[in-house]
Design a protein around this ligand. Structure first.
Ligand code: AMP
Length: 302
């Protein structure tokens, strides 16, 4: 990686083309962003937990296509893991992440320490009133998870102060939660939701896929398969029957535990008992292959 900023400060065109700058402290990042060359630029922010794949890079791509300055962060946020084992096993591939981001043309990478994000410790300084979102689907099965997500995104956005924020539809409920947090806190950021990037066979890209062995990788595809069956059959079979069949098939295909298979309203995420002709709904799934928890969702039309 080239750190040519001091040489290229007067040749911004070259700077944009050649280097990504890495910051480990918020102070240095903010100093940099408050410089005269940056003040006038519109910035887009892509928060991540690293172990990057093409799904993350798609967010970078969208950001780059729309704005001049693309800022990514890598921070595995302890407060959003309700299961400590999931946190310790979360894949870390920092060297590769840096290479991928630089190749994707990311301008700035922020890799803060825990102390930088939580200077007062993990104890939350505020509770985010997320309403029903907090208690359904991911909220129900991962208590405290969304408070942790709000805590970290609130802090990151406050430090980075982006104009635009890029999030993946793969984490549909998380997108809704973050939008709600931004409303609650009055932070004015334009949120862009990027479609889910999938492997060729349909499996949604996820950092957790790295933890699957060869057999599990094949079994994992069952989530996509079941969602597509629901999509095809929604006009001819009752919702309850489709959900039951999907659950049975997931177990048959090797899933050890299913948190939910839900057909839900896209605004409230509450389960629907039917999808009327022309109506849009979501199929959302969360299930375990041994100890790896996978989630996915697709839109369907009745
Ligand atoms: P994570 O590193 O898992 O926290 O994800 C960082 C961002 O990338 C979040 O906004 C995710 O929704 C998004 N993301 C993760 N996987 C995908 C994917 N397969 N397609 C699109 N966006 C994704």
């Amino acid at each position: 990686m080239k750190f040519l900023f001091s040489e290229l400060i007067n040749h911004e065109q070259e700077y944009w083309t050649f280097c990504m700058i890495l910051f480990k402290t918020a102070h240095a990042l903010q100093l940099h962003l408050s410089g005269p060359s940056f003040k006038k630029l519109s910035s887009g922010f892509v928060p991540t937990m690293g172990a990057l794949h093409n799904g993350h890079l798609e967010l970078i791509k969208h950001c780059k296509q729309a704005q001049q300055l693309t800022i990514a962060s890598i921070f595995v946020n302890p407060t959003q893991f309700n299961d400590p084992a999931d946190f310790t096993k979360y894949p870390v591939t920092i060297e590769n992440d840096i290479r991928l981001l630089e190749a994707a043309g990311c301008d700035i990478l922020f890799i803060p320490t825990v102390a930088e994000i939580y200077p007062q410790g993990f104890q939350p300084t505020m509770h985010y009133e997320l309403g029903g979102l907090e208690n359904i689907l991911e909220g129900f099965y991962r208590p405290g998870h969304f408070q942790g997500v709000c805590q970290v995104v609130h802090r990151l956005v406050a430090l980075v102060k982006p104009v635009h924020l890029y999030l993946g539809r793969k984490d549909y409920q998380q997108c809704m939660v973050i939008k709600k947090m931004l409303d609650l806190t009055g932070i004015n950021v334009q949120v862009h939701i990027v479609p889910t990037v999938r492997e060729q066979d349909g499996l949604a890209m996820s950092s957790r896929n790295m933890r699957l062995n060869e057999t599990e990788r094949k079994q994992a595809l069952s989530i996509y398969r079941q969602m597509m069956i629901i999509k095809e059959r929604i006009t001819v079979e009752p919702v309850s029957a489709l959900i039951e069949k999907a659950r049975v098939s997931l177990f048959n295909d090797g899933f050890s535990k299913i948190d939910y298979v839900s057909i839900a309203d896209p605004q409230s995420l509450l389960p629907v008992s039917q999808v009327r002709t022309g109506e849009t709904a979501l199929v959302l799934v969360a299930a375990f292959l041994n100890n790896v928890r996978l989630i996915d969702n697709i839109e369907i039309i009745g």
